[in-house]
Design a protein around this ligand. Structure first.
Ligand code: NAD
Length: 380
């Protein structure tokens, strides 16, 4: 069938198999063009089908030549409904990995559950023996523990916060007020996006003796500029990220080197759901592209792997890896604030890279990728 994008707010309900494959191929080619990294050999990526997790898996496989096991939560096609983009990305990844003789297996299911942890451990035991790197890159709206469903919220933790935002439905600048989260909502957000499940994974892998003695583990975080602090860094999600950082210390104390990498703000399925952030990203893209320092997920992760396996690892005062170094440069942030303050309904198309935002958004679902014939019939 001919597959067209169907966008509803910040989500696209269709995905293009050929477009996803072409986008994955481009990421692989980028990593290969940067040369080999002498690093991880057997890697588990939790949250491997999109965004930073997919880029980590590609960097591990095609940069380090690693065997990879991925965990994702995606849907195959059914009837005339396409699969999710993460599903197509993973099919494509596995195909390209096989073509180069690289081991790749993926488990589709709830990474928070004990069953999936067990399934993954069995695969590692049978096929790889042990893993030497565990990437934790889950971004999920909810987590089920027994009978309880915890839902993460994107709210402030103190006062309500009002600022400009972009309405992704109409591409118009509007204003939004974010209400403070209740204590219960903050706790739920920490349950979903904090470090508890990361630690549970590491403990389960250790107990099953499938972690190499020199294994590393890394999880991803975000800090961002002051203007997003009320709803991110100091918001409910920020509390979860603080928990993630505290967990990295705990895991390290228990004998597995654990890091948090603070990554750049980028268009992914998860970040498009956060209020204010898409508008910030479209200004950031404008400034960083003009400066020549813009990166996407794959550029970020290829650079991260270079740092992880490049000798002495530079950390900030809190012990975090700062992949947001170029985003947070003084010049970049001064320019972003200047534009933010000047922005209004009339001038925002000139002052932001909204086209770049949308291009990346569509590409997440395999649309608008160069060289793909979108009028052609495709097998979904
Ligand atoms: P994403 O939405 O692109 O990918 C999330 C991945 O998690 C997908 O592979 C999905 O299948 C998987 N997943 C979700 N729920 C799952 C479940 N229950 N079981 C198994 N797999 C599940 O997300 P992303 O933006 O790449 O975010 C990954 C991490 O990077 C998050 O911790 C996020 O906070 C962090 N981060 C993101 C940004 C950004 O701007 N996007 C910036 C810095 C840090």
């Amino acid at each position: 069938m001919v597959v067209q994008p169907k966008v509803r707010g910040f989500i696209c309900t269709t995905a293009h198999p050929v477009g996803c494959e072409a986008a994955v191929k481009r990421q692989i080619e980028f990593v290969k063009s940067k040369g080999k990294i002498d690093g991880a050999k057997k890697v588990l990526v939790i949250g491997s089908s999109m965004g930073y997790g997919l880029a980590s898996r590609i960097s591990a496989a095609f940069g380090c030549g690693a065997a990879t096991v991925g965990v994702m939560f995606d849907k195959p096609a059914s009837g005339n409904k396409t699969a999710t983009s993460g599903w197509y990305n993973t099919m494509a990844f596995e195909k390209f990995a096989a073509a180069e003789g690289l081991y790749a297996k993926t488990v589709n299911g709830d990474a928070y559950s004990d069953e999936i942890k067990k399934e993954v451990i069995d695969i590692i035991k049978n096929d790889l023996g042990k893993v030497d790197l565990v990437v934790y890159s889950l971004a999920a709206p909810r987590r089920t523990v027994g009978d309880v469903v915890y839902k993460s919220v994107l709210k402030t933790t103190g006062e309500p916060y009002t600022n400009k935002t972009i309405d992704l439905r109409s591409s118009e600048i509007t204003e939004i007020t974010l209400e403070p989260a209740t204590e219960e909502e903050i706790e739920a957000t920490v349950k979903v996006m904090g470090g508890e499940d990361w630690e549970a994974w590491i403990n389960a892998l250790k107990d099953a003796d499938v972690l190499d003695e020199n294994a590393l583990t890394v999880a991803y975080s975000y800090i961002g500029p002051k203007l997003t602090h009320p709803m991110y860094f100091n918001g409910s999600i920020g509390r979860a990220k603080a928990h993630l950082l505290a967990t990295s210390k705990k895991i390290s104390e228990n004998g597995v080197r654990a890091y948090v990498s603070v990554n750049k703000a980028l268009v992914t399925q998860s970040s498009s759901a956060i209020p204010i952030v898409p508008l910030y990203i479209s200004i950031l893209y404008k400034v960083m592209k003009e400066k020549g320092s813009h990166e996407g997920c794959i550029e970020q992760m290829q650079r991260l792997f270079g740092k992880l396996y490049g000798g002495e690892l530079e950390l900030d005062a809190d012990g975090q890896i700062r992949m947001d170094d170029w985003e947070m440069e003084e010049y970049v942030q001064a320019k972003v604030s200047e534009i933010w303050d000047a922005l209004n309904a009339e001038n925002f198309r000139q002052l932001t890279d909204l086209d770049g935002y949308w291009k990346d958004f569509y590409e997440l679902f395999g649309f608008g990728v160069d060289g793909v014939d979108y009028d052609a019939d495709v097998e979904v």
